[in-house]
Write a protein that binds this ligand. Structure first.
Ligand code: GUN
Length: 296
């Protein structure tokens, strides 16, 4: 039986409407407009399109957004100075440095420079550490978006076997942590597969919940999925397509057509996890502004 679609676009729209309402309330009650500062270094087409979408979403939610786009030749010292300027700017409650950075810039040093109280991506070591030990922190956007989708669809995670493919700092590692933590949308038994995993299908076939963040199309096909599993496809890959105006189409890491014949619930690409990532960024930025307002 074909799977039901887990529609991230719809959930994102509902959550963004609620965020916009809270933004308006914060403005009316405290005169604070949540602000997101975005730094894009270089002109990678995918990064440029993500950043544009993030800013548009911010404005639609009634937030302030500051856009700094600088050339790929920007030095590390210049990149650090951009972050420090936003750290000190009271209009900015959240800072996003779009990754990846050009090769000559030390990504860790730039992330480390973000003030943890403005780290709405949840990428700084302080935030990652706080998340690992269950302290108040900003949860990373894509992993939290995945959990919110599972919760919204009423998927039981507790006691289930979740298999994550991918071990990146942005998705694989944190989503595995959120799925295993003792909390709503967690308490699963988690297996993490990666490029060193031998015979991937042995593991994917055991998954009640399969989260695929491998960064490669067709990493998972229908015959690798346990019947009735929930499949979350985090992949966003551009594949050439001459029939499209821009010359490409977006596909995930999962072969959707064959997977949808076996799974019970599946996210599409586009329109699945992607819109939720941006939504959780707005959520964190609002939360950052609310924390500040609570301090007085
Ligand atoms: N590059 C890919 N995903 C992300 C993300 O969630 N945040 C940032 N800053 N860069 C990314």
């Amino acid at each position: 039986m074909p799977a039901k679609i887990l529609d991230g676009k719809l959930l994102a729209a509902t959550m963004r409407a609620d965020i916009a309402k809270q933004v308006a309330e914060l403005k009316a009650a405290k005169g604070i407009t949540p602000g997101l500062g975005v730094i894009l270094i270089g002109a990678d087409p995918a990064s440029t399109s993500y950043v544009t979408a993030k800013e548009k979403a911010c404005e639609e939610a009634g937030m302030y957004s500051e856009d700094v786009r600088v050339p790929a030749e920007t030095t590390q010292a210049e990149a650090l100075a951009l972050v420090q300027k936003m750290n000190a700017d009271p209009r900015i409650h959240g800072i996003l440095v779009q990754l990846p950075l050009p090769k000559h810039i030390d990504e860790a040093a730039v992330i480390n420079a973000i003030a943890p109280e403005k780290d709405v991506d949840g990428f700084t070591p302080i935030n990652v550490g706080r998340m690992m030990i269950g302290e108040t922190c900003f949860l990373p956007c894509t992993p939290n978006g995945v959990i919110q989708m599972l919760l919204s669809a009423g998927v039981e995670t507790s006691g289930k076997h979740a298999v994550v493919i991918g071990r990146s700092n942005i998705v694989g590692k944190p989503v595995a942590h959120l799925l295993m933590r003792k909390a709503k949308g967690g308490n699963a038994t988690v297996t993490v597969c990666h490029t060193g995993t031998k015979d991937l299908a042995t593991f994917t076939k055991q998954a009640d919940i399969l989260v695929v963040a491998a960064g490669r199309p067709n990493t998972v096909t229908g015959e690798m999925i346990k019947p009735g599993a929930v499949v979350i496809d985090v992949g966003v890959n551009r594949v050439p397509d001459a029939t499209k105006k821009n010359g490409f189409r977006l596909v995930g890491d999962v072969d959707f057509d064959s997977a949808a014949q076996v799974a019970s619930l599946i996210t599409p690409v586009p329109g699945g996890v992607g819109p939720m990532t941006i939504t959780m960024l707005l959520y964190n930025t609002l939360e950052s502004a609310q924390r500040l307002s609570a301090k007085g």
